[in-house]
Design a protein around this ligand. Structure first.
Ligand code: FAD
Length: 498
């Protein structure tokens, strides 16, 4: 095994957490090496071909995990430079300030965070600047205070969606412009498709590669190495310091030593990596690594109006938070609703395989496609474990009744808004798009593996900076919160460790 080098900081994973952390730490001058198991996602016909993406799973990994009862499945977890953000919907939204406090949900209570929203607010602002977020303040009553405006005005509604906005307003809802990381002109120049779940090959999506990583690589002290899969962390003899990592690159086993190790492999793989390291895992004193896995309860809600054509191309510009803080009748919170990227016939066909695509085309032309999302609560029995070397993901859904109420309340409003047919379908359990919580931050070493900055309580030179950290999932998309936490951790490391 080669073991010829020592770097200052090794970052494992170039996704939202790792790339953003590297961007934050780069100005310190520390020698930072980012190890990424995937390669750069290159342009090809497939990147805008919905049949390749949704029907043939062209970009999905050649990997299988086990589910809670031991059945293998192919996870929708993407291994490219930029990680899952390469295919994300680029909704870059802050947690609401209430999400940092304990909340009573229909399905149980969430713990508060160890710090309030105000602590993260400046970092949210910096993350919005780094990812060039488009949005507008003042449209959403649940939006927490901002110390600065969004860097860019919102992505415009297409005419069909402007009409949807007006229809929802007429039935008393308050649709708002989704905060988005997309340069829509550049995106559409490549091909007229939406960006949600379509991979970005450098055409205007602000993802971890084009945002955080591009910024980090402007600095000569930052290096990206692709095709390097980290297999385990190496513990020093004192059982405290992490000496380095063992990885596989080009079929060769390599050892890289570092002063500081930063794990950002995504919530499932970060937990798996810690569990595979050392004799009994690393950072496992609290027995919380891999536990509290959360993934949001999500459904597609299709609103059909046979009299109205939806000729939008990208669609995804509206959100609705009228049921976010309560059900609207003083009851518990239900969740967030946002438009999906435009669901065309080939995309529908990937679920409704028996239906002719032409018929689905007729349906989709008259449909507006929504995404309803409810909070998944932290449950220690919802967990990632390793079984004979393989990842086992036993996701225990929680708070499902709140999700059913959200879908039902929204359907009622859609019918009132003139959509006589409203269909819904829960999202596939095998797609851990919003995976989080497996190495949660906290103040008590018996309850959490890492402190509020992501530093392992038992390993002072080990940080975690990805979605694993989130102690609650809230009911909004996670990436901006991951990015804000990563920038805050980088600042902490620059001040204390470099
Ligand atoms: C289809 C889709 C749509 C989404 N839409 C949105 C959205 O609109 N808004 C939003 O906020 N979020 C969205 N998400 C979720 C978002 O992409 C993730 O929350 C975010 O990318 C998580 O960041 P991360 O750093 O935790 O992990 P990732 O971004 O997944 O990064 C982990 C990285 O680590 C690498 N890696 C893993 N294991 C190893 C290893 N052993 N060695 C080396 N490298 C390794 C991976 O290849 C990857 O690059 C979406 C996700 C999907 C799949």
């Amino acid at each position: 095994m080669r073991s010829d080098e020592i770097v200052d900081v090794l970052v494992i994973g170039s996704g939202m957490g790792g790339a953003t952390f590297a961007a934050g730490l780069a100005p310190s001058g520390a020698k930072i090496v980012i190890l990424e198991r995937g390669e750069r996602l290159v342009d090809s016909d497939a990147v805008r071909d919905p049949r390749a993406i949704f029907q043939r799973g062209h970009f999905r990994p050649q990997e299988s995990w086990l589910d809670g009862v031991g059945r293998p499945f192919n996870p929708g977890n993407y291994y490219y430079v930029g990680g899952n953000s390469k295919l994300y919907g680029a909704v870059l939204i802050r947690y609401r300030s209430q999400d940092f406090q304990p909340i009573e949900h229909l399905g149980g209570a969430t713990p508060g965070w160890p710090f309030p929203y105000e602590e993260l607010e400046p970092w949210y602002g910096k993350a919005e600047a780094l990812y060039g977020v488009r949005g507008r303040l003042g449209e959403d009553a649940t939006e927490p205070p901002h110390s600065q405006a969004f860097p860019h005005p919102p992505v415009p509604d297409e005419p069909a969606i402007a009409a949807v906005r007006a229809r929802l307003k007429r039935v008393g809802l308050n649709p708002f412009s989704l905060p988005l990381g997309i340069d829509i002109e550049r995106w559409l120049k490549r091909a007229p498709t939406t960006w949600d779940a379509f991979p970005d090959a450098g055409h205007g999506k602000m993802d971890a590669e084009s945002g955080g990583l591009a910024e980090a690589l402007r600095f000569p002290n930052v290096e990206l190495r692709t095709g390097v899969r980290v297999e385990r962390l190496i513990l020093a003899g004192d059982g405290k310091r992490i000496e380095g990592v063992e990885a596989v690159s080009d079929g060769e086993r390599i050892l890289i030593r570092a002063k500081l190790i930063v794990v950002a492999a995504g919530a499932v793989n970060t937990a798996a990596l810690l569990l595979r390291s050392g004799e009994n895992g690393v950072a496992t004193r609290s027995d919380k690594v891999g536990r509290h896995f959360m993934n949001h309860n999500c459904s597609a809600v299709l609103a059909v109006d046979p009299r109205t054509v939806n000729d939008s191309v990208y669609q995804k510009t509206l959100g609705v938070n009228d049921f976010y803080l309560s059900d609207g009748k003083g009851g518990p919170p239900l969740g967030n609703i946002q438009l999906l990227g435009r669901v065309t016939a080939p995309i529908l066909k990937s679920n409704l395989t028996w239906a002719p695509e032409a018929a689905l085309g007729v349906l989709s032309r008259r449909t507006v496609d929504w995404y309803a999302m409810s909070e998944d609560l932290p449950d220690p029995e919802s967990r990632v474990t390793i079984e004979a070397g393989q990842i086992r993901l036993d996701w225990k859904r929680s708070n499902w009744e709140a999700h059913l109420r959200l879908v039902s309340a929204f359907k009622e409003r859609l019918r009132a808004a003139g959509y006589p047919i409203v269909l819904s379908q829960p999202f596939d359990r095998r797609t851990p798009s919003h995976q989080c919580g497996t190495v949660r931050l906290g103040v008590d070493p018996l309850e959490a593996p890492v402190d509020p900055f992501g530093r392992a309580f038992d390993h002072p030179n080990l940080f975690v900076v990805d979605a694993s950290l989130l102690p609650t999932s809230a009911a909004v998309n996670p990436s901006l919160t991951i990015a804000a936490l990563a920038l805050r951790a980088a600042d902490h490391v620059a001040k204390n460790d470099i």
